[in-house]
Design a protein around this ligand. Structure first.
Ligand code: ARG
Length: 233
């Protein structure tokens, strides 16, 4: 025994916001989440001799509070950026991926970071994300509209309801190439973020066990293989 506690014995219970392609999302009408994070947490669970159980989809801004509160999920994995603020509420594993933000606009649009920082502009972001923080800080003159659903936000940029979206670059790239060919990345924003898995501060042995698996996966090439599968080489 490794000294950690689990919500349900034999299971690694996972909570996520499941609309964040290619990290966690539903393919077509499927009700089984897929994605880089799903593969990663499934491999971690397997190496800990646990079975993965996903809770029903939750809004992104409820994930850290759910882990902090305890009793419902063992981990949250959802492309979550490790921040000082969140680190006061939960523990994070070592980072498994580097990320940045991006500014998404309609193809052919001439908007720039400068022109978007104007009272007439509407910028959409996902509620509770680092993209929301970036927008509020760097586009103080614009109207920042926070929504829970990334697909609704992207659709709103398509229809002109919003002038731009601020969202994690790997998600923007993936969504544009798979489903929003009429949108484009106006700017890559080098925020230098790192994704980690959130675990309760009451469960340091679980964080430690996951960190050991992450280190093993880096060493044995599994992590590289996963990144190649989802992001290409
Ligand atoms: N990396 C960003 C953050 O941590 C966005 C994550 C959004 N994840 C999601 N599953 N919707 O704030």
């Amino acid at each position: 025994e490794s000294g950690y506690t689990l919500v349900t014995k034999g299971h690694l219970t996972v909570v996520a916001e499941l609309g964040f392609q290619p990290f966690e999302y539903f393919e077509g009408n499927s009700t089984t989440p897929v994605g880089f994070d799903v593969d990663l947490i499934t491999e971690i669970a397997k190496r800990l001799n646990l079975e993965v159980t996903y809770l029903p989809n939750q809004k992104f801004d409820t994930l850290v509070p759910t882990i902090k509160q305890g009793g419902k999920a063992d981990v949250a994995i959802a492309g979550i950026t490790i921040t000082d603020e969140r680190s006061q509420e939960v523990d994070f594993t070592t980072s498994y991926l580097d990320s940045n933000q991006s500014l998404v606009v309609k193809s052919g649009s001439t908007e720039t970071e400068q022109t978007l920082n104007d009272a007439s502009k509407k910028i959409v972001v996902q509620t509770g994300t680092s993209g929301e923080d970036w927008a509020k800080e760097n586009l103080p003159n614009a109207t920042i509209v926070s929504v829970d659903d990334v697909a609704a936000a992207m659709a709103g940029v398509q229809t002109g309801l919003y002038d731009a979206m601020v969202i994690d670059l790997p998600v923007a790239s993936n969504l544009i190439s798979t489903s929003y060919s009429d949108l484009t990345i106006a700017k890559e924003i080098p925020t230098g973020e790192q994704y980690g898995i959130a675990v309760s501060k009451d469960n340091p042995a679980l964080t430690e066990a996951i960190n050991k698996v992450l280190a093993d996966m880096e060493k044995d090439g599994t992590m590289t293989a996963l990144k190649t599968k989802w992001f290409g080489s």
